[in-house]
Design a binder for this molecule. Structure first.
Ligand SMILES: [Zn+2]
Length: 416
């Protein structure tokens, strides 16, 4: 492979994937705008026209922001690679650190993270403090934003730097099969993170408490024991500290597995609806969706690491992407920049798989709670989160981790 072939491959993948993303985003905008004037008949009872139009405007605003982000991110990747930015950072770090040492790699990652953060800062400030605020969702204050930033930086340094050091050391010391070792370490790290994150890290950002409402807690405990889930694993999180969006999710495995309800969600749902949403989350647990996801992630990343092991030996991989120096850190960074455009074709497959899991969890909820309650809980969720009820079918097919509202509710009603 010559370096020109590499450049051409990279540019084609980058422009093609960005082009498709732009096209899908514009389709979504046109579809949502076209259905803005009337609430779909199947939701006429639960959602009024004002809420429907708010959801349309919110979706359109997020779409515009997404297209800006897409262009902004594209410029960044091009600046880093063909624009020589990464080489410039490498040379800058070399004025302080010995370029053959591992610390050089860690400093390079640090410099790249800080500049990437600054590059994205205007967009993320606008998103939180203007877009989300305009629709009444933002509850994050400037002080909370800064303290979140300080905490997450500290955690990335404390956990990320030793992990990175370990990976760079393996790349240097393990010979041709370094990528198998690195893959093994990253899988082990991921499994550990799934236990450590919900128990030790998430509580640094939010409060997690058992259900306070005793009547509700009693019902919920019954459902949990009926489904074979230990009752200590249900938590209420103060999501209202940062945003008005409500949600419930299932996370972790083994002793760290837990179901988390946002306080914002509990405020709007009645006890029957809480039970139905909980039953849905238990469906994810019963069907072992997290374990399946971990297994697929392990398999996919094994293939990607094999590719990385091969690419790291090709001169064209570096020269074709605007880098003339060689180091373990540069190999990792260039590969991570390639990942997004080249794994983009997997997006619809992963989305399809996730929607399949949602249908399975819904079926479980119907068997262990009432379908009508789940339907009314979902309608409240769509309304309060200003989620569009009329997504473009192709956009939805490509990206949506959850089935579109109308299809999901039709399934639930058919099951009931
Ligand atoms: Zn779900």
């Amino acid at each position: 492979m010559t370096h020109l072939t590499m450049t051409a491959l990279f540019l084609s993948a980058l422009l093609l994937s960005s082009g498709i993303r732009l096209w899908l985003s514009l389709r979504q905008a046109a579809h949502v705008r076209g259905h803005r004037d009337a609430v779909p008949v199947e939701f006429a009872g639960g959602i009024d026209l004002a809420s429907h139009q708010k959801a349309a405007d919110y979706t359109l605003a997020k779409g515009r922001h997404g297209r800006f982000d897409l262009a902004w991110g594209l410029v960044w990747v091009l600046l880093l690679t063909l624009g020589g930015g990464l080489q410039l950072m490498h040379d800058t770090v070399s004025t302080v650190f010995d370029p053959t040492g591992l610390w050089h790699g860690i400093a390079l990652f640090g410099l790249l993270s800080v500049s990437g953060f600054l590059w994205e800062l205007p967009g993320s400030l606008y998103y939180t403090f203007s877009l989300e605020a305009r629709f009444g969702f933002n509850k994050t204050t400037a002080a909370l934003f800064l303290s979140d930033l300080a905490k997450s930086t500290l955690i990335s340094v404390l956990i990320g730097a030793p992990l990175l050091w370990c990976v760079l050391w393996l790349m240097r010391s393990m010979g041709a099969h370094w990528w198998i070792w690195t893959w093994g370490v990253l899988i082990a790290f991921n499994l550990a993170a799934m236990v450590i994150y919900p128990v030790f890290i998430a509580p640094l950002f939010n409060k997690f408490e058992p259900l306070k409402d005793e009547a509700l807690a009693a019902r919920v405990t019954q459902l949990l024991s009926r489904c074979g889930f230990r009752a200590k694993g249900l938590f209420v999180m103060d999501g209202s500290r940062r945003s008005g969006h409500g949600n419930a999710y299932f996370t972790g495995f083994g002793a760290a597995k837990r179901i988390v309800f946002y306080d914002t969600l509990l405020e709007t749902l009645n006890p029957d609806e809480v039970e139905a949403v909980l039953a849905h989350e238990l469906g994810h647990f019963k069907h072992r969706h997290i374990v399946q996801r971990v297994a697929v992630f392990a398999l996919l990343s094994f293939i990607l690491f094999a590719l990385l092991g091969w690419l790291g030996q090709q001169d064209a991989f570096f020269n074709g992407l605007g880098v003339s120096s060689r180091s373990e850190a540069l190999t990792l960074i260039l590969f991570s920049l390639l990942l997004a455009p080249f794994t983009f074709p997997l997006t619809p497959l992963m989305s399809y798989w996730s929607r399949k899991h949602e249908f399975e969890a819904d079926a479980y909820a119907v068997a262990h709670a009432r379908a009508d309650d789940l339907v009314s809980a979902l309608v409240k969720l769509y309304r309060d989160n200003a989620s569009t009820l009329t997504p473009d079918p192709l956009h939805s097919l490509f990206y949506d981790s959850h089935p579109p509202a109308a299809i999901r509710i039709a399934h639930l009603k058919a099951a009931a």
